[in-house]
Design a protein around this ligand. Structure first.
Ligand code: SAH
Length: 226
């Protein structure tokens, strides 16, 4: 499992963030997902991939969807379950790597992604897309909110403020490509979803965070499985 642990610092970084309060964890749903729900674009059962502490998933559960959320960081899933209990909402949260989605053994009408795809590297992205195909029904739609090349290269030094000192990973191990891969282009999205998918739209969107600036430019994609 978790090869990233040996190969890179992605998982270590996420683990460290969830010992504190990660900057993307804004304590409410991303407004792009509120708008999608209000527009009736989110239909039926929903899987939230890389759900973090579950704000988007719980918002959709509150609005009547059957919702599952998965994330590979146990501390995030623990917080998501606590919030569900506190808010008297029903949602299923599991610790799982998105590269193993097929092991869920079921499909969903809709899959949502807020900030997951852009954190995957070039090897992981096609494996993720294959896994996605296994958990989304034919005609079902994947919504992806990711950073774009129009966003500034993230200033990781700013992120130190969000991590407890004793959980601080060695940021010097981050390579330029770790920063650059967060800036997803429309062409990369189209390339990743060529076979067996229909791209309904890729539109400019914003991701909210507890950083300066508090809103960063990204893409919101709607992609259906053929
Ligand atoms: N969707 C959440 C979290 C966004 S940050 C929100 O909007 O607040 C990206 C999330 O993806 C993190 O919680 C991280 O732990 C998770 N993640 C990254 N790579 C993953 C992988 N390979 N498998 C499962 N989760 C992953």
């Amino acid at each position: 499992m978790h090869e990233q642990k040996e190969e890179g610092i992605t998982m270590d970084l996420f683990e460290s963030f969830y010992q504190g309060e990660p900057p993307w964890d804004i304590g409410r749903p991303q407004k792009e997902y509120i708008q999608l729900e209000q527009a009736g674009e989110i239909v039926g059962s929903v899987l939230d991939v890389g759900c973090g502490t579950g704000e988007n998933a719980l918002y959709l559960a509150e609005h009547g969807h059957e919702v599952w959320g998965i994330d590979f960081i146990p501390a995030a899933i623990r917080k998501a379950r606590e919030k569900a209990a506190q808010r008297h909402l029903t949602a299923t949260f599991r610790v799982l790597n998105v590269l193993e989605l097929h092991t869920l053994g079921r499909t969903f009408d809709t899959v949502i992604d807020s900030g997951l795809f852009h954190s995957l590297n070039d090897d992981e992205r096609p494996r993720f897309v294959d896994n996605l195909a296994a958990v989304i029904r034919r005609g079902g739609t994947y919504f992806m909110l990711c950073f774009s090349e129009l966003a500034p290269v993230p200033d990781f030094s700013q992120l130190k403020d969000f991590m407890p000192k004793d959980f601080m990973p060695d940021l010097s191990k981050l390579k330029l490509e770790d920063y650059k891969r967060l800036q997803v282009t429309q062409a990369e999205i189209r390339n990743s979803f060529q076979d067996g998918w229909r791209i309904n739209y890729i539109r400019q969107a914003t991701l909210e965070a507890r950083l300066r600036p508090s809103e960063v430019s990204g893409w919101l994609s709607s992609i259906s499985k053929e």
